[in-house]
Design a protein around this ligand. Structure first.
Ligand SMILES: Cc1cc2nc3c(=O)[nH]c(=O)nc-3n(C[C@H](O)[C@H](O)[C@H](O)COP(=O)(O)O)c2cc1C
Length: 321
């Protein structure tokens, strides 16, 4: 049945990179329990003294990324960093890499990285040139509409068009909007018109009806990147694929997913306290699977140890709050 679905609909769904949330523990557990995600993006990794920081070793280790298509994301500030990071990732075995031109935080943008590069199309061009001088494929770009203004896109699109990028993922907001405010529909439409490359839509698809609305607005788009929507409702890709699951199956899957996440964090973190903190972070979005998310999250946050935490989780799953 699933084969039929995959052939009838040619669209693709990507899991967005979300620093602190979609780490390898999440991606692995998600892929074991849920269906519908075609590619997993690793949140951005950075380097110091010409080497990828050792804190990312587990995140990018091939053994921790068994899904069919996993794409590490890099955050270089110049051509040298671009080539060094791409080479190190290719040496590990990745043949597809994503360039972050979207991170909106001043700590990053003030260093001329992420969306801090968007007002400088010449710098973007030199970074892309340095990559394509060494390799002829395997690079995609994820960007925002601009750092200060969406008009920055007008200078960037002709630059992107010069290169054989695998695809361009656009989150149509400018950096200072961070993750709120209006999605700039017109910017996405303009990019669609002017870009000669495949364009992926990303931003605020939280429900099946959000997806349907965007599909009606952008009918030619068939690649969708979802972030917070999946964190809040891991069934969203199945729902978009119009796969119906009973309430009982949904509950079992959520239980399995949670169990896998907890087991993995307990296994890889130095101590229970750190595992507990990771699970508290996970519940920031996971709580949306329950009738009263704020209340569920409040109880999870209050847990002082794993024993207490497990008892709170039980109450939430059995709808005691
Ligand atoms: C907590 C958080 C962390 C994020 N980390 C990254 C990141 O590492 N790389 C990146 O390109 N985008 C990052 N993003 C942006 C998301 O990938 C995505 O573009 C954004 O959330 C809009 O999509 P959504 O509305 O489907 O969540 C992050 C967003 C959030 C909320």
């Amino acid at each position: 049945m699933e084969i039929v679905f995959c052939c009838l609909f040619s669209y693709m769904i990507y899991l967005a990179p979300l620093q602190g949330f979609t780490d390898f523990v999440y991606r692995k557990a998600y892929a074991r329990i849920f269906k519908g995600v075609d590619a997993y993006f690793i949140p951005y990794i950075s380097m110091k003294k010409d080497t990828i920081l050792s804190k990312y070793a587990k995140e990018i280790a091939v053994i921790n990324n068994p899904q069919a298509r996993v794409i590490p994301q890099i955050l270089p500030g110049n051509s040298n960093e671009m080539v060094l990071m791409a080479k190190q990732l290719k040496d590990i075995g990745y043949n597809e890499i994503n360039l972050n031109l979207g991170c909106p935080y001043p700590m990053v943008t003030n260093r001329g990285k992420g969306s801090g590069l968007l007002p400088y199309p010449d710098k973007i061009e030199s970074i892309l040139t340095s990559y394509f001088e060494k390799w002829n494929s395997g690079l995609s770009v994820k960007l925002r509409a601009g750092l200060q203004s969406a008009s920055e896109m007008e200078q960037i699109i002709p630059v992107l068009n010069k290169f054989p990028l695998k695809e361009v993922i656009l989150h149509p907001r400018i950096a200072k909007q961070l993750y709120g405010g209006t999605i700039l529909d017109e910017t996405f439409l303009a990019a669609y018109k002017d870009l000669k490359l495949e364009l992926v839509f990303n931003g605020d698809i939280f429900t099946f009806s959000d997806y349907k609305k965007r599909k009606q607005q952008f009918p030619a788009t068939d690649k969708w990147m979802l972030g917070r929507g999946i964190l809040m409702n891991p069934f969203l890709p199945s729902e978009i694929n119009e796969i119906d699951l009973t309430l009982e199956i949904r509950r079992e899957k959520l239980l399995d997913f949670h169990r896998l996440m907890l087991e993995s964090y307990l296994e890889i973190m130095d101590n229970e306290g750190n595992a507990l903190n990771k699970m508290k972070q996970f519940w920031f979005y996971f709580s949306y699977n329950f009738p009263n998310p704020a209340k569920a999250l409040k109880h999870i946050k209050k847990s002082k140890n794993i024993l207490q935490y497990k008892s709170e989780v039980k109450k939430i799953f059995y709808h005691l709050y």
